[in-house]
Design a protein around this ligand. Sequence first.
Ligand SMILES: *Cc1c(COP(=O)(O)O)cnc(C)c1O
Length: 366
Amino acid sequence: MKVPFVDLKTQYLNYKDEIDRAIQNVIDATAFVRGPFVQKFENDFARFYGAKNCISTANGTDSLYIAMRMFGIGAGDEVITTASTWISTSETITQTGATPVFVDIDEYYTIDTNKIEEKITEKTRAIIPVHLYGQMCDMPAIMALAEKYNLKVIEDCAQSHISELRGIRAGLWGDCGSFSFYPGKNLGAYGDAGCLITNSDDLATDCHRYSNHGALVKHIHDVEGINSRMDGIQAAVLSVKVKYLQAWTDARIKAANLYRKLLSGIEEVHLPPVRPESTHTYHVFGILIEQRDELQQFLRDKEVFTQIHYPTAIPYMPAYRRFGATKADYPEAYKVQKTELSLPIYPEITEEQIEYTCDMIRSFFS
Ligand SMILES: *Cc1c(COP(=O)(O)O)cnc(C)c1O
């Protein structure tokens, strides 16, 4: 049996007619950038998500950058984020002219809220919590710190569409939520796409203007902005797919629960804990395992394809050599980089594929 790490093809084939029609409609209308299909998706996503405003962007990296710029973050400022994330989170901080300040992770693989306060200085302007793998950060603690120190909170929800904590979805806790619709994300387009959600109308208008060359009305440039627009084809695909996001998320949770059941009792496997009162949406199902590299190779030989999220924690990347981080600075992130293994998970994965994967893991240890 073959178990790919992701399978975007099966999903496409399951909805082929609907998606093909949606794409054809955009071409027939020649509504290629922004326009009616993008507006429709913004409305669809805002309504589905329960947010007042959705502002589409070209990708999830730009969404983070735009939000920070709209908060006036720039040179001389500091922005706090997690040591364990995708580089978009930190590179956009640098792009604004600000300095990223990293905090180690907790046992849920998200920013350790007990270690944030010691990193706050006079220059700190914002916190970017990342709901990594689909797991919610400790948002009540983060919001309390933000209130105390008057900081903006930009939630990086690229991996956590419709994750929830205490009944409140990712992206609705902070000042805004930043989303990616990269094809492999839980809600993925057929190319690059992203958005911001916010309940602030003023922030929404600012983001909308800035992402479209500083213009709300064609040829009237109130400010200089950037070109970060969603295209019609991505929007049309996303409007189809958003209708199935809840069902796909339920399927991911079911798959994760089957992994838990079948892997429980293997002493060497540390299963991912779920934060109390939260819904984990399993963009990634990551186990921790000492013999990670050997197991990954073993599984590859059995045609079970896994990945590592991430082989190098952000502060240890060559790109951040200037900060001179040592292992002792981010011990938990370092442990995850050495031992994390992401098992195949997607809505279309079959019980047989999960059983086979778990059988192979079991046989590796016996
Ligand atoms: C994917 C991702 C992004 C960036 O999204 P793009 O749409 O690829 O630009 C940002 N942050 C995290 C945590 C991500 O996983």
